[in-house]
Write a protein that binds this ligand. Structure first.
Ligand SMILES: O=C(O)CCC(=O)C(=O)O
Length: 286
């Protein structure tokens, strides 16, 4: 079943957001989707999370990472309504414009639902998981519910995207401790975009250091994330167990040096002619 909202009309990215991504590695874009649009997709996303999230044990039985959220990756594959949201041309065009590239592909999506009483998301950099030979990568993080200040959105280490890999510290207690120590020692500027409305979005680059606070409220903090990279990117070195897993699961095992353009990585902006329904009219697809 699909919903009436196509999410295909482009929203011009404000110059301040483009500059913020370039200079700080993150930005907020208010009203990228309307409350009504998001509400049309939220039930399908939350229901797919309940059906497919791995670790749904009681919170007290989970480790730090498990307490941070219920997580489902490439959730678009489970439900056509969710696919319509993840493949939305409006979101992909925003990502392309913020990265300053003409075309982007999907790396993967991730639903991240922080439960009532859920724990903090430890400091980490995303891109040390990703074997992508570019720094032109960006995540859209969009709450599907209004997120009050007590729940909060992410905190970013402004400017850290310019440093590339700071340490091979994968998300967990160790990354939280090591990055917190670094932030403190170097007095790194940190910023949050605070409370957000459903349909607002933050965007952060692949190397931008970030964390999120715990959820002390009774609200399910439902968030959809979509990770994009510049079209033309090649698979990078497989130099860790994490990158090997990502190569296998999200890049169809494409070898290093080849184009990162597997069946799970459709070009989302500009949308391929297939998805615009042009194939039916006998035009070639891209
Ligand atoms: O939603 C969160 O708590 C963290 C999200 C995150 O780390 C990401 O989208 O890269």
């Amino acid at each position: 079943m699909s919903v009436a909202f196509k999410l295909d009309d482009p929203h011009a990215m404000p110059a301040a957001a483009i500059a913020s991504v370039r200079d700080k590695g993150h930005a907020v874009v208010h009203g990228l989707a309307s409350g009504e649009e998001v509400e049309a997709f939220r039930p399908a996303i939350e229901s797919a999370v309940r059906r497919h999230a791995d670790n749904q044990a009681p919170l007290e039985e989970r480790g730090t990472y498990g307490k941070a959220f219920l997580q489902v990756t490439n959730i678009w594959q489970y439900d056509d309504t969710v696919k319509q949201f993840v493949f939305a041309p409006r979101f992909a065009k925003a990502a392309a414009d913020l990265l300053g590239v003409p075309a982007v592909r999907l790396y993967h999506d991730q639903a991240l639902c922080k439960e009532p009483g859920g724990g903090h998301t430890p400091w980490h950099q995303d891109q040390n998981f990703w074997p992508l030979d570019t720094d032109k990568t960006i995540t859209m993080w969009m709450p599907l519910v209004d997120v009050p200040a007590e729940v909060g959105s992410m905190t970013f280490g402004s400017g850290t995207h310019k440093r590339g890999e700071i340490g091979q510290w994968f998300i967990g207690d160790d990354s939280e401790a090591k990055f917190a120590e670094l932030v403190e020692r170097e007095k790194l500027p940190t910023e949050t975009h605070g409370a957000m409305k459903a349909g607002d979005a933050t965007f952060h680059k692949g190397w931008t250091l970030h964390r999120a606070p715990a959820n002390p409220t009774a609200l399910l903090r439902s968030v959809m994330t979509i990770i994009y990279y510049a079209d033309g990117t090649r698979v990078g070195p497989i130099d860790s167990k994490m990158r090997r897993m990502d190569q296998k699961f999200w890049l169809a095992d494409i070898p290093p040096g080849e184009l990162a353009a597997g069946p799970l990585n459709p070009r989302l902006w500009p949308p391929s002619l297939d998805r615009l329904g042009m194939r039916k009219q006998g035009l070639p697809s891209s």
